[in-house]
Design a protein around this ligand. Sequence first.
Ligand SMILES: [Zn+2]
Ligand SMILES: [Zn+2]
Length: 229
Amino acid sequence: MKKCLLCGQVFVAKVTFVELFSWNKQEAQCICCNCQSKYMRIPDKHCPICFGKLSQDKFCSDCIKWQKIYGQKLLKNHSIYLYNRAFHDLMVNYKRYGDYALHKVLQELCLEDLAKFKADLYVPVPTSPEHLAQRQFDTVSSIYGSLVSLTPVLGKKAGLGAQGEKNRAERLRSAQSFFVKKNFTINFQKCKILLLDDIYTTGRTLYHARDALAEVFPNAKISSFTLCR
Ligand SMILES: [Zn+2]
Ligand SMILES: [Zn+2]
């Protein structure tokens, strides 16, 4: 018997993918089926580029905008869940109130999907230095760090404000804030890089992260993975 990390209900944990494939064998299901069912998976009919909501066109409205800037060089993104009320609440508690224990819930929600992506390098999108100091943990690395081996090659400049506190227009206008750390000397010119983040909102953050990497590693094949879209 286990106690659900979200609602406190006692439930019988199934022998899941989590236990079979987790690096840490102690990890077991940490939320009950009822809580799990509140997180809605993105429907099969979605934008083929970013998993966003399809408009009349063959892409979503965000990708149509990105196409005007990037042409054929759109970022292929995979997301799992819709950013509904339940996910919003979960992320607010995790990020705004710094409830570190929830990283386990987020791990459980993405583990199975992430296992399907094989990359040479898994690069987390970094938290700003201010947020790191405030929360005392990196929100993205805490989710993915025990699921895959992370290569934290990206850094984020200080003093630029958080994307989460901006409206849509401000997000889209925000300037490049990522850089590739100089002490990384691994030869990964031709490898497959999977960028990891929690939420894909407008795509601005992930495109900036991709651009920073592509500048230094022009031959790498870069795509992204997020929990929500
Ligand atoms: Zn529950
Ligand atoms: Zn799209």
